[in-house]
Design a protein around this ligand. Sequence first.
Ligand code: ZN
Length: 420
Amino acid sequence: MPTLPRSDAPEAVSTAQQEISGLAELHAVRTAISNFPSLEPQLAQWQIELAAIPAPPFGEAARADWLHARFRELGLADCHIDDVGNVFGLRRGVSKKIVALSAHIDTVFPAGTPLNVRQQGNRLYGPGVSDNGAGVTALLAVASALQAADLPLAMPLLFIGNVGEEGEGDLRGMRHIFSTPQWADAICYSLVLDGAGSDTVVAEALGSRRFEVIVRGPGGHSWSDFGAPNPILVLARTIHAFTQTRVPVSPKTTFNVGVIRGGTSVNSIPESASMRVDIRSTSMAEMERLEASLRRELDLAVAEEVRASQQRNPPQRRSSGLNHEVVVIGSRPAGELPPKARMLSVIRAVDLYLGNAAQIQRASTDANIPLSLGREAIAIGGGGTGGGAHTLQEWFDCGGRELGLKRILLTILALAGIAE
Ligand SMILES: [Zn+2]
């Protein structure tokens, strides 16, 4: 991952470092931190319960209810679920500005995916157990630690379990929060917890565009209607040509055809076929160039299939009857932390204090939304280690979770401030 070109302000980091070590010495903070190891069995239990509740895109309600109940148990105020299904709980403070600590509750797994969540020693296994079981569990760990230590905060801390981070969710949970004036005007720092780990800081928002390409034709019998234009062949031609589009190594730009559908039987010419295409880049211009290439290759493939179908069956000269459309199913804005952002100096100082080596990264996370609005936001992991994200073999290991939780807690407390 590239190191970000920004003017590193060493004096800001060293001031922040003094602040962090002062904070960490406070009796109440030491109490909060000392709670983490004994909390681990409870954290594993929460993580298992959470991961066992299905949360496909647009189907997060049961998980939201579960999290809402945990927020209430942990003494958070104003617990509620909003119109789109985001879960909120507040730890009160004295100022009007708010620090948001969020973790997405949705998974990539469609409804009906066998979850089979299980524990073996330090390891938890199951789809979504790390992404974002680790993030949501860290959210609960912080709420629990703050409740035990009873720390008075300067800025209120808003706990959020948000919907719609993955795939077609298209950041809808975060978009909704930042289009609600009550929150958009008040949240000045957003700390996003996503997945496991303590070794990264996502400080730049990777943009993406996603499309559903749909091709429809007259269909027909494979033998008697031979020659009719075939939507699957149009997609095949499009994929072949589009995937030869050159992409630069820097700015890193990628494409993927992730889903392909179409047809009904081996002896039918399909009436329709569709595919889903994902384009990502840190550069808006590259995303636009790739999108243009996709649309151009699709148009050419349709024209070519019309020609080819006439050659396959010249006597009929059937009119093409082919039509196609490109539906935008995702568009995530790019953005970056403002120079000299307080969140960056705080997280760096926390990492120095903890002796933790972390890399600055670009990625697509819930932080894209506040970052694209010019707000301070970073995304970090919930501690521990994890792997196999977005697969049925996903796992989480709680070794090192404590480090991740300390990191989150100190960052949040430095941002929110302790009330006098
Ligand atoms: Zn995630």
